[in-house]
Write a new protein. Structure first.
Length: 360
């Protein structure tokens, strides 16, 4: 086995010597060395591997494998471990004889760890032999870093969206089988974040946040907003309690008309009769209606203000009536006092008369 291995090394050495001589290189001991262990060295007297190629001259390639058929349309060659002008890289090129850069193919692994793949006019596939995009990955892609999971300078997808997320079947980003996608836009008449439903229904357009949403600025919502409910029926539908430090409700109508001279203020007798019959105040919805249909806070505030103003008018009338009674009571009290004084004088005169008659 050793003899065959040695013979193989000898044949390889002879072939390399012939190649070196044909290339015009000096076939000295440093040009080609075959050690007893079977290592072959080119440009080094001490090869450390089965084939060890060393070049110490700038611009001279360590290993260059090329196709030299000048009649062909293109040359393909491999350059490995270069120095000087080209750098210290592993590169695979396909370059035309006419120097047309549109046909230039390049794969390069640089000494700093970077990998460069430059296919002119073609696509790159990872996990697929039929890539349809510049980079077509059949599988998961992960991007991570301390300053963000994904950093993009420019467009990810050519088209209307700067960033476009979807699945191949165009499902699973909507609701059920409703197609949908998420797009981060920078276009006229659109916002920075758009959630689009391809089916054109409002049910397919929503954002789901598992934690919380923080908005630094204004928010413009065209449809209904539901908090605690998935089917909001109003502009803001909250299934639960609401706490607010201040609530401002604009009102086009305010019940100051109650204080107009021609306002029809019902007598208290009529109000009493209405309450006895209907069990609620006039112009106020009954309890059954409120329980079934809810209550408009804005309308109720107007109605309550109307009743407060009516109550104020009733109190003013009551005050006037009370003042009239006070005056009448004072007049009667004064008349009673005068009657008492007259009666006292009459009794005194009667007593004197009786005394006079008794003496006689």
């Amino acid at each position: 086995m050793k003899s065959l291995r040695g013979m193989s090394c000898a044949l390889i050495a002879v072939a390399l010597i012939l190649c070196i001589q044909q290339m015009g290189l000096a076939a000295d001991t440093d040009a080609l060395v075959v050690t007893e262990s079977g290592n072959v060295g080119i440009g080094t007297p001490n090869p450390g591997s089965k084939l060890h190629i060393n070049s110490t001259t700038d611009g001279i390639f360590g290993l260059w494998l090329s196709r030299s058929n000048v009649s062909a349309d293109h040359n393909s060659w491999v350059i490995w471990n270069m120095d000087g002008t080209y750098g210290n890289d592993f590169e695979i090129y396909q370059y035309p004889l006419d120097g047309n850069p549109t046909c230039f193919q390049r794969f390069e692994i640089q000494d700093n760890g970077n990998t460069i793949l430059v296919p002119q006019g073609g696509n790159v596939g990872i996990g697929t032999t039929t890539p349809e995009y510049k980079l077509d990955v059949a599988g998961y892609v992960r991007a991570s870093g301390w300053n963000g999971s994904l950093s993009v300078l420019g467009d990810i997808r050519a088209g209307n969206s700067d960033i476009y997320f979807t699945k191949v079947d165009h499902y699973h980003s909507g609701i059920g089988n409703t197609p949908g996608h998420a797009a981060i836009e920078n276009a006229a008449n659109y916002g920075a974040l758009m959630i689009l439903g391809r089916a054109g229904t409002s049910n397919g357009r929503y954002v789901r946040l598992w934690d919380y949403l923080q908005v630094n600025g204004s928010m413009d919502i065209t449809g209904n907003v539901g908090i605690g409910t998935a089917a909001p029926q109003y502009k803001l539908d909250v299934a639960g309690a609401i706490r607010a430090d201040q609530l401002i409700l604009p009102q086009p109508i305010y019940p100051e008309y109650v204080f107009e001279e021609d306002y029809d203020l019902k007598p208290l007798e009529e109000v009493e009769a209405y309450i006895r019959e209907h069990k609620h105040l006039p112009d106020i919805p009954p309890a059954k209606q409120v329980m079934e249909q809810g209550l408009s806070v804005s309308d109720m505030m107007v109605k309550q203000m109307q009743k407060i103003e009516e109550l104020t008018l009733y109190m003013i009338d009551l005050k006037k009536s009370n003042e009239s009674l006070v005056k009448e009571n004072k007049r009667l009290s004064e008349a009673s006092e005068l009657a008492k004084q007259a009666n006292k004088k009459f009794e005194e005169r009667l007593a004197r008369l009786e005394t006079t008659l008794a003496i006689k």
